[in-house]
Ligand binder design. Sequence first.
Ligand SMILES: Nc1nc2c(ncn2[C@@H]2O[C@H](COP(=O)(O)OP(=O)(O)OP(=O)(O)O)[C@@H](O)[C@H]2O)c(=O)[nH]1
Ligand SMILES: [Mg+2]
Length: 497
Amino acid sequence: MSINSRKVDNLKIQLKAVIEKLSSFPEDHGKNAQKHIDMCETCLKNAPATDTPIYVHITGTDKSFKTSYLLDLFDNDELRKIFSVKSHNRSENTAVPCLVEPCDQVEKINVRQTAISSKKIIREHLTRQQFKRLYDLAEGAEPDDYLIHILIPSDETPMKLPVIEYPGIKTGADALKEHQKIHRIFQDNLIQTLRNYPGFLVACFQHKISIPYGHPMDIILTKYGEILKNTLNTKKLPLVISMQGESAVSAYCGNTDVENDIKNDFASYYNFDTQIQLVNPCNFDFPVKFTTPGPYAEKWIAKLSRYKNVVEIQNLILQDGGISWSRKLLEDICDSSSIQDALDILFLQPWIMESEECYSLAVECCSEIENYDEVTEIRENVRQAILRETYRPVRYFFTQEMAYIGEDLVDDHKTFWCTIISQYFNQFIHDDERCRSIADVLWNQMVQRLDAENKGFLGTREKDLPYIIMNFADLYVSNALMRGDYAGFLNNKPLNQ
Ligand SMILES: Nc1nc2c(ncn2[C@@H]2O[C@H](COP(=O)(O)OP(=O)(O)OP(=O)(O)O)[C@@H](O)[C@H]2O)c(=O)[nH]1
Ligand SMILES: [Mg+2]
């Protein structure tokens, strides 16, 4: 396990612990604590997977023979049957990402529908009919928060790596209004899936390398590029540019200037460890006709590929469309040590940095709550009010309440005094409920002092009683507040109750 994977796992434990601690504080501190609880919970929700295999992500413009390439990589007739829906229809028809994974635990192919955001299995053992309805736009599939996950017995395929194929996107189709919504879902699914299943991209093209500005693939590649550039640009993520089919293969072995195409249309390639491969899926149904190599072939082969020369490429294509060579290339990439570092930088590091920040803010919040001294803060507020000359004594609020009741007698002393004391506190404590509960405590203490034996203020005329209490309250309430005399009473029960 890499250092970063361990860091992710440790941080997850720490985040859970600090959430628990923050949740245990009295509600009084609620607002502040809740904000940090929410932030830490978001971190946990977005935690990247550690210890997953490396996934190959096949993206590309539409009809660049991605599915054909995927099927050739896995070379399994049962799988071909599942995808046979594709052969009747030449329109843009893949609705959702499709993950095909060699698996030791299954004896026959198992097709699942899996939620992208939660990674939960929605249903499994889908029939071919059910698969079609979820996978194929022409069959009424509506792209949503799910992908198709096909498990294939490991011993029935030469492919060792899990591969995800994405819906093809028409060049320039973003400009069409009716395509915008569906492309946004394609893109959201693509980004979320890349995050859930760390790996590298294979970008497929049928004729010429071209990614129009603003195309989801351009956005993805630029984003990948930026993250890599801003972190450690010695560790580049691999990128396989796969030129697929007759036209591309013959052009790139022939007269097309690949480097020029890449520079013009695919500027972000520079941020990656880019390899070009030529493959011809369904090689025997659509054979390639080679012409004499042009002046550019040698240069791109030397700079941007692992091929020796044009002759090697031609032999590989004639043999099996270059598929077994490609399978080997993908495996070699996954076995290299630099890819794990690049994936860590891309997927783990940003999360680690963000979560470390959230965690330390949450810890700070805990210690603020634990060391919070309300009495000191209130004292400071009183001092400030006196300096600003806005301080109002208890008597001020008493006079107001007396004026309000006019000639009447006070019929409920507790309510009457609690209102006055609350209003007085409100100058320094900006929490109505807290003011009322402290007022409640102080009223009970005043009654204790004035009428300890509960004799009901014997011998006092009802009309004089408020003034007698006032004389006592004037000193008592303000002193109790400054000394924090109420704290002991309040803290024995949950605050605010
Ligand atoms: N592999 C291949 N297929 C071809 C060729 N010419 C026509 N086709 C047909 O085009 C289809 C290939 O399309 P797919 O492999 O599904 O292409 P894709 O990139 O997966 O398409 P979307 O996912 O819909 O964007 C196959 O059904 C073939 O019958 C060719 O030269 N090579
Ligand atoms: Mg496809």
